[in-house]
Design a protein around this ligand. Structure first.
Ligand SMILES: [Zn+2]
Length: 309
């Protein structure tokens, strides 16, 4: 029987904690505000959450962290724009010294994908692509139950690169889309148009008025012609880039997380457009909804540390 693992899900706003048990289950143990610009306060917050979970742990239970940002396991750094506390830190090494435990850290999208890979239905699958359609576009790649982090910790980032096209034929009408500057420094990344904020930008650009992503989806579900135009273009943009990823990696399946992925009709539409564009024959759906929307980060972190116990 594996020992318990202390897990943390660290984002720009909150730290969530849970104990991962050897039978692949979690006990959630706490949630506190993230002191995003204060490293010593962050260390103390983890220690307090760890103390609160002490009844489940042994002295040598390892710590596993699912973190927002670019996690580079070789350099032991985390680059997260909204968490200045990580700047200049060798995060795992310093936390390990502070907490007196082994510490492993992975990106939250990678942890999400690992959690899904180890879900019962995915056991034995060899290549799993996790796509996150949250405020932007992210992802992770897990092969044979191992996170592929790659040089610099940058794998599965299918939302970045000057990859979106600017002209679409929509029912005989040529529509022009903007190429927007992305947070990564490039112009025309899918990240700027493919997530919830992107859907809103498309709506504003095409219709000349604002709406939030939930309202847009609701309008689309209610058969609004305007929203149909926006969602059709969104799905085309996202599926075109995703088709290249599928043709390149050959994932057995794709698991989708993030806010937009919680709308089954939207994922069905994206799946249909994707299957029309990939080379391989595909009878059933290739995109599936995530099983662990909320707990994916914690569960994946626990799985990650399982080898240490
Ligand atoms: Zn970018």
């Amino acid at each position: 029987m594996n020992k318990a693992v202390m897990c943390f899900d660290v984002g720009g706003s909150f730290i969530k904690s849970a104990v991962y048990h050897g039978d692949n289950t979690l006990t959630e143990t706490g949630k506190v505000t993230m002191p995003a610009d204060d490293w010593p306060a962050f260390c103390r917050a983890l220690q307090q959450l760890l103390n609160a979970a002490a009844p489940y742990l042994t002295e040598d239970s390892p710590v596993a962290i699912s973190a927002a940002g670019v996690v580079d396991p070789r350099a032991d750094t985390i680059l997260a724009g909204n968490i200045p506390a990580f700047r200049g830190r060798t995060v795992a090494r310093e936390l390990s010294a502070f907490l007196q435990r082994q510490v492993v850290i992975a990106n939250d999208a990678d942890c999400f994908t690992l959690a899904e890979a180890s879900a019962e239905r995915g056991e034995g699958q060899s290549v799993l692509l996790g796509i996150i359609l949250g405020s932007g576009v992210g992802g992770g790649l897990v092969i044979n139950q191992q996170i592929i982090s790659g040089p610099g910790g940058l794998t599965g980032e299918w939302g970045h690169g000057p990859i979106t096209r600017t002209e679409f034929d929509y029912q005989g009408q040529i529509l022009h889309l903007p190429r927007l500057r992305c947070g990564c420094g490039q112009i025309g990344c899918l990240d700027t148009l493919g997530g919830a904020r992107g859907l809103e930008r498309l709506y504003q650009h095409l219709l000349g008025r604002p709406a939030d992503s939930r309202a847009i989806i609701e309008q689309w579900l209610n058969h609004s012609a305007d929203a149909l135009k926006v969602v059709t273009l969104w799905s085309q943009l996202v599926s075109e880039v995703l088709a290249v990823v599928v043709n390149t990696l050959g994932p057995d399946r794709i698991v989708a997380g993030g806010g937009l992925a919680s709308v089954p009709e939207l994922m069905a539409r994206l799946d249909e457009d994707l299957r029309a564009r990939i080379l391989r024959p595909c009878r059933g759906a290739i995109i599936e909804q995530a099983r662990y929307q909320q707990q994916g980060g914690l569960l994946g972190a626990g799985r990650l540390a399982r080898g240490l116990t």
